[in-house]
Design a protein around this ligand. Structure first.
Ligand code: FAD
Length: 412
């Protein structure tokens, strides 16, 4: 016997409580637009996520009057990012010259960031966050999307809305349901995501270790190192067949300080998660009544660590363009097209940099599986330090940084 679905009516329903969905939900509610955010998990506490908060996001926090409070959330600050390429130290990006208040990239566990946004959003009566509600399908009336079907802990629900936003990440269920066409660029690499014990004296700034056929990224979290170890796409099964010792041998080849026995604590492949790298974007990001943003519109390569920034920037642009039509009840396909027009160029430019970068990493280092020479771009960044401002701009601000143009409306 099928259960009758509960029905809810709102102005905007957002599937996905990640950086894109939470930021958009917050900004819409702040501007008086009734919004329901669906998050399929019970909370934000998952460590299979990126940790970076970019200077552009802190600038936006300042525009929202939240920066001072935000900076009180425990975090670390990186005024530059760098690494070791074939044993040579280099600084890839120097944020200290950016034209913003916070001239650093912040490392903050994503759950703390999302909890902060959720707490601020809950101040507005227009905001509802439904956790453990998974969007399962779109509701349509002819060509137009009119709502979302979801599964809540109490059974099926239908949320009817003027606008449905898919912000449900790289494996977006709603993007799949929409049948929008995806342009896939493929990726030659995957990343193994694991925790490595931290010891006193570990280098705190170095992020990337590349050489000897290996690529490793280390993020300095409070009491451990979060490691991303790069492997050829699809190579995990082969690695597993050699046993976990293979990681204990390979990782210190590129980061020798990790060869001090601490990797013995990596005991089981269950402790290691696979990030299947994808680079893609939608040809068209919208349908009547429906819009994709963040990773749901464009899965980014981990190269440069910019996916969170793009997701947040998409949300700000979407709010800037859509608050007026949503409040006035005049939302049209032209408004949704305007969001894509605004955000497609930054996405394309970023992916155009990431694709050759990850190809170079794969062809020049991982596939070669031997000694590598220090590449010219690393030498150039060492010879001409002012050039480090260019990657800093791309990583820290992104192309076409967005600003808050939506009002705060307190009375509902
Ligand atoms: C291991 C890892 C490390 C990364 N490191 C970095 C980094 O250092 N810096 C960086 O900038 N980027 C990093 N990224 C990429 C970055 O996390 C993403 O680009 C960014 O989170 C995209 O934000 P989003 O809101 O679009 O999607 P997501 O963050 O993926 O959020 C989507 C949300 O939707 C929810 N959801 C999914 N399906 C449904 C459904 N059907 N119904 C309801 N909710 C649903 C998910 O639970 C999730 O909370 C990393 C990604 C991974 C996987």
């Amino acid at each position: 016997m099928s259960t009758e679905a509960e029905k809810i009516r709102t102005t905007c329903c957002i599937a996905g409580g990640g950086p894109a969905g939470m930021m958009l939900g917050f900004l819409l509610a702040r501007a008086g637009v009734p919004v329901v955010v669906l998050e399929k998990h019970r909370d934000f506490f998952r460590d299979f996520r990126g940790d970076t908060i970019h200077p552009s996001t802190m600038q936006v926090m300042d525009e929202l009057g939240l920066l001072e409070e935000f900076l009180k959330v425990p975090h670390q600050e990186m005024t530059s990012v760098g690494g070791k390429f074939a044993g040579a130290d280099f600084i890839a990006a120097d944020f200290s010259h950016l034209p913003v208040k916070c001239k650093f990239v912040m490392l903050m566990p994503q759950w703390d960031f999302l909890n902060f946004i959720a707490e601020k959003a809950r101040r507005y009566a227009a905001f509802q966050l439904k956790v453990e509600w998974a969007a399962t399908d779109l509701i349509r009336d002819g060509e137009r999307v009119t709502g979302v079907r979801a599964m809540s802990p109490n059974g099926p629900v239908e949320i009817l809305a003027d606008l449905v936003v898919a912000a449900d990440g790289r494996k977006s269920d709603l993007r799949m349901a929409s049948n929008l066409e995806v342009i896939d660029y493929g990726a030659p690499i995957d990343v193994l995501w694991m925790r490595i014990p931290k010891r006193p004296g570990d280098p705190v700034r170095t992020l990337g270790y590349i050489g000897a056929g290996q690529g490793l990224v280390l993020l300095n979290r409070d009491d451990y190192l979060q490691a991303g170890y790069i492997i050829p796409k699809g190579a995990i099964e082969g690695l597993k067949s050699h046993g976990i010792e293979t990681l204990r041998t390979r990782i210190p080849m590129v980061a020798p300080f990790l060869g001090d026995g601490r990797l013995e604590e990596l005991k089981d492949w269950n402790e290691i998660k696979l990030l299947s790298v994808q680079v893609n974007r939608l040809k068209k990001w919208y349908l009547p009544g429906f819009l994709c943003i963040g990773d749901a519109a464009h899965a980014m390569s981990p190269a440069g660590g910019v996916g969170i920034n793009l997701a947040i920037q998409d949300a700000i642009a979407a709010a800037n363009i859509l608050v007026g039509p949503l409040r006035g009840g005049t939302l049209s396909v032209d408004d949704l097209r305007a969001v894509q027009r605004r955000r497609e160029l930054p996405t394309r430019l970023t992916q155009a940099l990431q694709i050759p970068l990850q190809k170079m990493l794969f062809k020049g280092v991982i596939e070669k599986a031997g000694d590598v020479r220090v590449p010219l771009f690393v030498k150039v960044l060492r010879w001409f330090p002012f050039l480090r401002r260019i990657p800093a701009r791309v990583i820290g601000m992104g192309f076409r940084p967005e600003h808050i143009r939506t009002p705060e409306i307190l009375s509902q």
